[in-house]
Design a protein around this ligand. Structure first.
Ligand code: SOE
Length: 364
């Protein structure tokens, strides 16, 4: 007997709210309601996206026709909205960062566990087929990853005139927003855990032009970080939201004893596989694009998911499967949101002290 479609209510109708809308619909779900602080704008968004209800956040989390609450608001609202949704017995998909502090993220994780609701945080880069291929190979071969490096670069905050609620958040901005993506992808793909790190936050602009004039900025535009893992690897990563020309370039190199793997989000359908002597590796599952003595590119055959929105759809597919009791592999949950908050805490502490800092476990 066909299950009734799962029904989502989305709080926050900006860019991410629309991405969530498309992802829900792509997996057979229904978006029954939008909510936001400005009811008029919420009504307009609901009309644009053909969503039947435009509500306040309180009405949405309590609405009997909503099974899953999606939180796509500025970060400071994540905690109260997620707590209200959990209290109403709703499953929750909350944008990252889950909360502004690890303590708040832990509060959400335990509240959700006690309420037996499904939770998810969109670390969606886990869903690229090439990432899954690298993870499968490293797992299957037992490759000892001894070195990891890369970056995650954007440029949407390069201009001093660009002002965004993220700029005045407390604590961290660039790392809390996208540095956590890189770390999640590294740990997901290799199984390593970053145990210690040395980080330096930096800013391109000390002030930014807001509607109220020039305001000082306390959050970072970039982070440079070194780290050590629980399995003896070391690594480095550069995070920036002010690198002209880099729109959304996450690059991750995983260097093993016999193979190295590189994922490039500007070319997400090819997985670079390097070998010292012989890369004539014929991958199963993904077609070999070409290979020579030192490297191969395995590519995603046509018809496979290709990009950012596709990854969101695969993520939402796994949220729905989990709610319906079907097994999935690697759904990022509130526990991963806590992990990200712990890493962010350590980056802030290290940057403030100039010292190496241990990363606290998810649950102390
Ligand atoms: C802005 O930096 C942003 O939208 C992030 O918030 C997302 O998590 C990332 O996937 C794309 O860039």
């Amino acid at each position: 007997m066909a299950r009734p479609p799962l029904r989502s209510g989305i709080i926050g109708t900006g860019f991410m709210g629309r991405v969530h809308t498309r992802a829900v619909r792509s997996t057979g779900g229904i978006v029954v309601a939008y909510a936001g602080r400005d009811l008029e704008r919420t009504r307009e968004a609901a009309q644009e996206e053909n969503v039947p209800l435009a509500l306040t956040a309180d009405e949405l989390v309590a609405h009997p026709d909503v099974d899953i609450v999606h939180i796509c608001t500025p970060n400071a609202q994540h905690l109260p909205l997620a707590l209200a949704a959990i209290a109403a017995g709703k499953h929750v998909v909350c944008e990252k960062p889950l909360a502004l502090t690890a303590e708040d993220a832990l509060l959400l994780e335990s509240a959700a566990r006690d309420a037996f609701v499904v939770t998810a945080v969109p670390f969606i880069y886990r869903f690229y087929p090439t990432v899954r291929e690298a993870r499968a190979r490293i797992t299957a071969t037992g490759e000892r990853i001894w070195l990891a490096h890369g970056h995650y670069l954007q440029d949407w905050l390069s201009d001093q005139s660009t002002y965004n609620w993220r700029v005045t958040d407390e604590g961290s901005r660039a790392f809390a927003d996208i540095g956590v993506h890189w770390c999640d992808l590294f740990e997901f793909t290799t199984g390593h855990r970053i145990e210690r790190l040395l980080a330096q936050k930096s800013r391109l602009h000390e002030t930014r032009h807001s509607d109220d004039g020039e305001v000082p900025v306390s959050t970072e535009d970039g982070v440079t970080m070194m780290f050590q893992t629980d399995r003896g690897a070391t690594g480095s990563v550069v995070i920036s939201q002010a690198t002209p020309g880099r729109k959304n370039r996450l690059w991750l190199s995983l260097d093993g004893e016999t193979r190295s793997y590189a994922f490039d989000q500007e070319n997400p359908n090819d997985l670079w596989v390097g070998a010292t002597h012989d890369a004539s590796i014929l991958p199963k599952g993904l077609e070999t694009l070409h290979h020579d003595a030192a490297r191969a590119y395995v590519t995603v055959p046509s018809g496979h998911p290709q990009g950012y929105q596709d990854c969101f759809s695969l993520f939402m597919r796994d949220v729905h499967a989990t709610i319906e009791g079907r097994p999935v592999d690697g759904l990022p949950t509130f526990s991963d949101g806590v992990r990200a908050a712990r890493l962010t805490e350590a980056v802030i502490a290290s940057s403030d002290s100039g010292q190496w800092v241990d990363v606290a476990p998810v649950r102390e």
